[in-house]
Design a protein around this ligand. Sequence first.
Ligand SMILES: [Zn+2]
Length: 257
Amino acid sequence: MTIAEVKALGPKQKVGEVRGQVQPDAVTRTVVVNGVDCELKEVVICDSTGQMTLTLWDRFVNAVEGSKSYAFKNVSTRERQRAITLSTGPSSLVEEVADMKVAGASGSRAESTRKVLLSATVKGIEVCIQRRCSACHARQEAFAEKSKLHRCEGCKLKQAASAFVPFCSGKALVATADAEQCGFQLTNSALCNYLRREGLADLLLDSEAIEEHLLESRDLTLTVNEDRYVEAIERGSAEQPLAPQQPEERDSSSEQL
Ligand SMILES: [Zn+2]
């Protein structure tokens, strides 16, 4: 279906497949659904017929990159603030497709996606790791780390421990370069991406080890959005704060060579 066709569907409709180019701006945050922390990322997708907001949940948060084109399969429509949006579900699939080269696409979300890069030192931190059943997504209250098998508290299926996927959340008090102290929410995707890149994926099972590692890391750069969520963690210092994003400003001719 095209985006214009999807928008004409109304809410709570299933969409077998819609293709779109993901705009560079995205917003990540954490919400609580049925008592379980979930991470979501809102992106704007567009094709030649229009654009719309798509919410990527949990495992799909890292499935797309800005400016690339994807086929979104088995998604469904929602109504929010009188606009039809799309949302992934447990059976969704996201596959990269050839660049759709959408002309004149404008993310038009600049005001809601201001982000800053902070050179930061972590002064205080709390990391929580929840295990979730990959079959039914239920949060496990009594998961014994190091056990080989575990019975899901939701669907009651006994499964290998690896079927229970860790989900990190937490908060951090950080000191920035100008000695200001700020509190931020940590997202699962930022923590997982950082630890994997640093070759520390093993720490994902140990919240205390993550806390200690980040407290001892002197030079971190955090990408923080307006809602005070940390969207990315990197090693090294930020050169300078990122100016508010201006989607139109892509002319490279003014760059110094
Ligand atoms: Zn389950």
